[in-house]
Design a binder for this molecule. Structure first.
Ligand code: SF4
Length: 259
C-alpha cells in the first residue's frame, strides 16, 4: 500500500516547492498515522486507528528538546531552514499540547532562526478548540486544507472520521480574518465505484464561493504528486489547474499554482 511515515519528531530540512528548505516537526506517533481525515490521496496511506495501539505522541519537552538541538546544529553549520513546518504523520492539532508546543516553537525560532517561518499544515478539524485557533493565529504560515466546494466532495475526498460540516469549516476559516492560507489538491477518479472529481464546473464554482467567504491571504493549488492509497486517481494537468486558478483570481483571490 502507498504511504510514507516519519520515524522522528524532527526531520529534514527537506526541500519543499512551496516552503523552501523546511525543517519538519511530527507531533504524531512515529511510523503510525493519526488523523481525523482519511484522504484518498494521503501520502501517509490510509488512516487506520488500530495501528495506533500502544503508540504515543511525543511529549512537549521531547519536542522542544529535539527542535532546539536541531536548530542549534543547523545554526552552527550556517544552514538554517526557511521554515519550521508542523506536518508529519497526520493532523498536528490532535496533539493535546499543540498550543503550548507552538508557543515554545515561536520562542526557539526567535532565538535561533529568526527569519524562519513557523508553519502548520492542518485540515481544520481542530479549529473548534479556541486554544488551537489562537495558536494558529500566532504563527507565520497557517496553511489549512480545503479540497472541496460541496459537502459531498469533502466526504468523498477527505473521508472525515467525524461529522465535518463544510459550511462550518468555511466559517471557522473566515474567522482568521485573512491570516490563513488555503491549500487545495485537485483530482479526479473513481474510488470504490464512486466517481470523485473536484474539477467539475459545479465543484469549482462552490469552491470559489467558499474562498470568497474565507478571504484567505492566498490559495495554493496543486495536483497529486506521489503514489496514492486509492487506486485510479488522475493527476490533473497544469493547464486545468491554471484555468481553475484564473477563475478564482478573477474574483480578486490570490491563487498560486504548484503544478
Ligand atoms: S488531512 Fe493530511 S494527513 Fe490527514 S488524511 Fe488528509 S492528507 Fe493525510
Amino acid at each position: 500500500m502507498a504511504g510514507f511515515l516519519f520515524d522522528k519528531v524532527v526531520f529534514g530540512p527537506v526541500h519543499s516547492r512551496r516552503l523552501g528548505r523546511s525543517l519538519g516537526v511530527n507531533l504524531l506517533p512515529a511510523e503510525a498515522k493519526c488523523c481525523t481525515f482519511d484522504c484518498i490521496y494521503c501520502e501517509c496511506g490510509w488512516t487506520n486507528s488500530s495501528n495506533l495501539s500502544g503508540r504515543k505522541m511525543p511529549e512537549r519537552a521531547a519536542v522542544v528538546d529535539a527542535l532546539e538541538k536541531k536548530l542549534k546544529a543547523l545554526k552552527q553549520q550556517d544552514a538554517l531552514p526557511d521554515a519550521i513546518t508542523f506536518a508529519g504523520n497526520g493532523e498536528p492539532t490532535l496533539h493535546p499540547d499543540f498550543p503550548a508546543i507552538i508557543h515554545d516553537t515561536l520562542a526557539l525560532r526567535n532565538r535561533y532562526a529568526p527569519s524562519a517561518f513557523v508553519t502548520v499544515l492542518s485540515n481544520g478539524t481542530g479549529l473548534g478548540n479556541p486554544d488551537v485557533f489562537e495558536a494558529l493565529r500566532k504563527i507565520d504560515l497557517n496553511i489549512q486544507k480545503l479540497d472541496a466546494g460541496t459537502q459531498l466532495a469533502l466526504n468523498l475526498i477527505n473521508r472525515p472520521n467525524r461529522n465535518v460540516s463544510t459550511e462550518r469549516l468555511v466559517q471557522q476559516l473566515a474567522a482568521f480574518n485573512g491570516k490563513v492560507i488555503i491549500q487545495t489538491l485537485f483530482l479526479r477518479g473513481t474510488v470504490e465505484g464512486v466517481p470523485v472529481d473536484n474539477t467539475t464546473e459545479s465543484e469549482v464554482l462552490a469552491w470559489i464561493e467558499n474562498l470568497k467567504k474565507i478571504a484567505p491571504a492566498y490559495v495554493m493549488v496543486y495536483p497529486i504528486d506521489r503514489e496514492t492509497p486509492a487506486a485510479g486517481l488522475e493527476k490533473i494537468d497544469p493547464e486545468t489547474l491554471r484555468a481553475i486558478a484564473a477563475r478564482a483570481a478573477a474574483t480578486g483571490i490570490d491563487v498560486r499554482v504548484y503544478p
